[in-house]
Design a protein around this ligand. Structure first.
Ligand SMILES: *Cc1c(COP(=O)(O)O)cnc(C)c1O
Length: 351
């Protein structure tokens, strides 16, 4: 039987998507060839890429609004540097809410001045800084919507006149937001959309072309947009599976539907964490992530017992990030409510 997969990334994908993906590996499009042995310029694959790009914009409600969706290589980590390469002239503002923001800041510093408008680093990133102000003359403001490692999530985004850039790797397509507020959104596929190997970047085109430096082709958003995300060989398998997952989500009812399910899952687990004296949440309650719930045992001597009970119940991937410890239950879109119920039942049975 399939395990209850709480892995933080690469993570659970819908079973029907895995089924279709495995079929395409053997025989794609009834052409008696594998998806991964045909030209990316062949008609069937060009159609896959187009569909993936369109679905991404459609699900976010960003069609015909001046946005482009492209699938790139290099992971979300590559975007830490591409964002700065393409958009940072003199000064950029960053909110430091976790390991990933910190890495984004490090890369941006190679290209100009970075103003850290707020940081929760001093408290192990266990909350989201609020009440910060963004300099009017910044080239952009960068934040991380969901902090996969610590388990916090930004619930309300700042009103600002400068371009808003967001790393949504671990909560894209999980909740409704006013996506038009954002000028650039990026997400590594492997958290909530597909296998590792591709990164979705959604860009409002008008923000590009404003830096003076020369940008190497592979790092230039305009080059990738101009070539319809086919400047070089795309990660064909990762793009295909992402397309299938986006189609799965659309068929279910899109973000409005999945958000309700995600809220239910998070409520179920956090209610137990708060009720059960043997467990304790790690981060500020108002900033808790609906995607990655982090918690610890109040009595560490129960660790072995709890881990064994989880394993016996078929629970996988519950260990916390090596920098945080404890436990982390990642409840991405494809994780069924039932899996969370199984985890909660194990927590209730622990004595
Ligand atoms: C996982 C993750 C990253 C890094 O992704 P890679 O694809 O491994 O580069 C960046 N940001 C966030 C929020 C993440 O969860």
């Amino acid at each position: 039987m399939k395990k209850h997969n709480f892995s933080a990334g690469p993570c659970i994908l819908p079973q029907e998507v895995l089924q279709k993906a495995s079929e395409a590996i053997l025989n794609f499009n009834d052409d008696d060839l594998s998806l991964i042995e045909i030209s990316h310029r062949s008609k069937p694959f060009v159609a896959v890429m187009e569909k993936a790009r369109n679905l991404a914009l459609e699900l976010l409600g960003l069609e015909n609004k001046g946005y482009q969706a492209i699938f790139l290589h290099g992971g979300a980590s590559m975007e830490f540097l591409m964002v700065a390469y393409n958009l940072l002239n003199k000064k950029a503002a960053y909110l430091n809410t976790g390991t990933w923001s910190d890495k984004a800041i490090k890369e941006a510093k190679e290209f100009g001045e970075v103003v850290e408008v707020g940081s929760s680093k001093d408290k192990g990133y266990n909350y989201i800084p609020k009440g910060y102000s963004i300099p009017e003359d910044a080239d952009y403001f960068h934040c991380t919507s969901n902090n996969t490692v610590a388990g916090t999530q930004i619930k309300s985004f700042p009103e600002t006149n400068v371009p808003l850039i967001c790393d949504m790797s671990s909560d894209i397509f999980s909740r409704q937001l006013d996506f038009e507020k954002f000028d650039l959104i990026y997400a590594g596929a492997q958290k909530n959309m597909g296998p590792a190997g591709t990164t979705l970047v959604i860009i409002k085109e008008e923000i590009l072309g404003k830096v003076e430096r020369h940008i190497p082709s592979m790092l230039n958003y305009q080059v990738h947009i101009k070539s319809d995300s086919m400047y070089n060989t795309p990660s064909v398998f990762a793009v295909y599976v992402s397309m299938l997952t986006l189609q799965w989500l659309k068929d279910l009812g899109g973000i409005p539907f999945i958000e309700k399910v995600n809220n239910k899952k998070a409520e179920l687990l956090y209610t137990e964490i708060d009720r059960n004296p043997l467990f304790k949440g790690i981060v500020a309650k108002e900033d808790r992530s609906n995607m990655n719930a982090t918690f610890v045992l109040t009595d560490e001597s129960l660790t072995e017992k709890f881990d064994k009970m989880c394993a016996a119940a078929g629970i996988n991937g519950l260990n916390g990030h090596r920098s945080v410890g404890g436990y982390r239950a990642s409840m991405y879109n494809a994780l069924p409510l039932y899996s969370v119920q199984v985890l909660v039942d194990v927590m209730k049975a622990l004595k």
